[in-house]
Design a protein around this ligand. Structure first.
Ligand SMILES: *[C@@H]1O[C@H](CO)[C@@H](O)[C@H](O)[C@H]1NC(C)=O
Ligand SMILES: *[C@@H]1O[C@H](CO)[C@@H](O)[C@H](O)[C@H]1NC(C)=O
Length: 187
């Protein structure tokens, strides 16, 4: 479904307001870095394994990997990603950042990943800054929480958590759209 220019503008506006609205100081202060801030960021991540220009590519797998398409991410596979982040669930709803890094399929049962990913924002007041997730992601659960372990730029020394909700998942080819609600403490 295409997103109209008008809806796209509204979604981008909502993203900026969301980022601004939750900026407030007074949580704590560091003698050199100043007041600690709490910032919330909301976006959708598009992880595309299928097609001629995937944003997630298989770079390693275990011995005797049975391959696609029935089990796109079996235990022991590793993917490198450069996933777009958008304001709304549709890919054309306005890009607000990108997620670069890798994930490995790390559970010998229902699908679960470990992510090591740098999320850089390219729109809004924190454009050029990023936060880093290194955490377990049990993707079959509808809601999960991932640890934010650091950041760059305005998010220097960030810590926090990301709450994930699967908006769309094709279990045949692995394509997914994931909603992220991120809470960051930073200086
Ligand atoms: C992989 O397949 C080969 C050939 O069928 C077999 O000899 C080997 O034991 C298999 N390895 C594993 C880890 O299953
Ligand atoms: C899921 O992926 C399969 C394989 O690429 C494709 O045939 C199917 O149409 C996809 N389903 C949806 C709902 O897009």
């Amino acid at each position: 479904m295409a997103t109209s220019k008008r809806v796209q503008t509204l979604l981008l506006l909502a993203f900026f307001v969301c980022v601004f609205a939750h900026r407030f100081p007074a949580l704590g202060a560091h003698p050199l870095l100043g007041a600690e801030k709490l910032t919330k960021v909301h976006f959708f991540l598009h992880d595309t394994l299928s097609g001629s220009k995937p944003s997630a590519v298989l770079v390693a797998h275990r011995e005797n990997h049975t391959g696609f398409p029935n089990d796109p991410t079996p235990f022991g596979t590793a993917f490198v990603i450069d996933d777009p982040l958008t304001a709304g669930p549709e890919l054309d709803s306005g890009v607000v950042g990108n997620a670069q890094g890798l994930y490995v399929s790390s559970r010998q049962g229902p699908l679960s990943l470990v992510l090591g990913v740098d999320f850089e924002l390219t729109a809004g007041p924190y454009s050029g800054s990023s936060f880093v997730v290194f955490s377990r992601n049990p993707v079959t659960e509808p809601h999960r929480e991932l640890a934010v372990v650091g950041g760059r730029g305005a998010f220097r020394l960030a810590r926090g958590f990301a709450q994930l909700h699967t908006h769309y998942l094709n279990t045949t080819n692995g394509d997914a759209v994931i909603e992220y609600d991120v809470t960051l403490l930073h200086y």
